[in-house]
Design a protein around this ligand. Structure first.
Ligand code: SF4
Length: 108
């Protein structure tokens, strides 16, 4: 499967996963495209669509927590920001993702 096709299949799958969690894709289409592209590359290189914005520990059990969409593992943090760490997903009521705060998890 080519990169463009894989991006579209991830988009379809992610939409189904994040919707019941109260999230949607960012309205910033260019950012979404860029992040999906990076995830497909990570999947091709490392075997899973890891988060492009979080460091991998190389401990498989820990790294599973940052396979996209990682929202269930970081729910309290992301709900407080109304966005995921990368900004690929935002709460459904968000129309201006640039206005959202971002802070590290230890400030939850
Ligand atoms: S922070 Fe966002 S883009 Fe990164 S893995 Fe989690 S849900 Fe995906």
């Amino acid at each position: 499967m080519g990169t463009a096709e894989r991006k579209e299949s991830l988009r379809y799958l992610y939409d189904k996963v994040v919707d019941p969690l109260g999230f949607k894709f960012t309205p910033d289409a260019a950012l979404a495209e860029e992040l999906l592209e990076q995830e497909v590359k990570l999947e091709q290189d490392l075997g899973a669509p890891y988060c492009p914005c979080q460091m991998r520990s190389r401990v498989r059990g820990e790294d599973m927590r940052i396979v996209c969409p990682c929202i269930p593992f970081h729910r309290a943090h992301f709900d407080k920001m109304k966005r995921c760490w990368c900004g690929l997903f935002v709460h459904k009521d968000v129309t201006d993702p640039d206005s959202l705060p971002q802070f590290p998890p230890d400030e939850e």
